[in-house]
Ligand binder design. Sequence first.
Ligand SMILES: NC(=O)c1ccc[n+]([C@@H]2O[C@H](COP(=O)([O-])OP(=O)(O)OC[C@H]3O[C@@H](n4cnc5c(N)ncnc54)[C@H](O)[C@@H]3O)[C@@H](O)[C@H]2O)c1
Length: 253
Amino acid sequence: MQKNTVSQVAIITGAGQGLGLAIAENFLLEGKRVVFVDVNEQLLNEVKTSELVSQYASSKTMFIAMDVSNVNAIKESVQTIVEHWGRIDILINNAGVRKETSVEDITEEEWNLILSVNLGGTFFYSQAVLDTMKRQKSGRIINISSFGGQAGPLSSGAHYCASKAGQLVLTKSFARSLAGQGITVNAVAPAAIQTPEMDTIEPVKLEKMRESIPVQRFGEAEEVASMVSYLASDAAGYITGSTFDINGGLFMR
Ligand SMILES: NC(=O)c1ccc[n+]([C@@H]2O[C@H](COP(=O)([O-])OP(=O)(O)OC[C@H]3O[C@@H](n4cnc5c(N)ncnc54)[C@H](O)[C@@H]3O)[C@@H](O)[C@H]2O)c1
């Protein structure tokens, strides 16, 4: 197994809160250089000044306010990162938008929003880092999909579930085409993890959901972040095209 000795550069989309922030913080603690990407500039500012992140010098962190559904913005961000740090080792496609709209009520506008952020963002960010990762002959891409992309809606709309299922196929497509070049591509499929997004679900629905989870509790963001850290590590070099379920037993296959 080849060991990486440089301080790795990791991009995390949707790093302003929730799972993305937990993943980014873990990477910082592991000594990686971290690029926090989020569409919400206010959240990024809060992260920048937070107790943990503010301890790290600007030589370890970079903050980019941008929308991952904007392909030009993705290309520009990759160019900025490569000019600044000269490499990209890890990409975490985590930014996501979830809506619960019924199939009858999904509009074209809402369909396009969900698909362009969750699926388009994943595809175009992955595509944009390829040149750099191929040049390095190493890289890790990890897509944050969902239980909804495997089993269908629990508390999310058909558009969200379709975008999350699409991420799983993209994972296999990129994994197969890059396997010989030192780049692995994997997905995690969480369900019911305690993040700010979960607070948007009605309390009654939330309690029903909790009761249906075999381990009888919601997951913690750190539990997803630990799996992502493992998949990003040198130790996971023989794993590609895989999806790891983190759902308290809600969906077993
Ligand atoms: N929390 C869960 O239980 C759960 C379960 C399954 C899958 N997921 C997936 O995990 C990921 C993170 O979920 P979370 O619960 O932390 O969500 P969250 O809503 O708490 O955080 C998502 C972050 O993404 C950012 N974001 C949204 N649209 C963006 C865009 N266009 N460009 C850049 N950034 C954008 C938001 O500003 C926010 O900071 C999502 O992809 C979600 O679908 C979460």
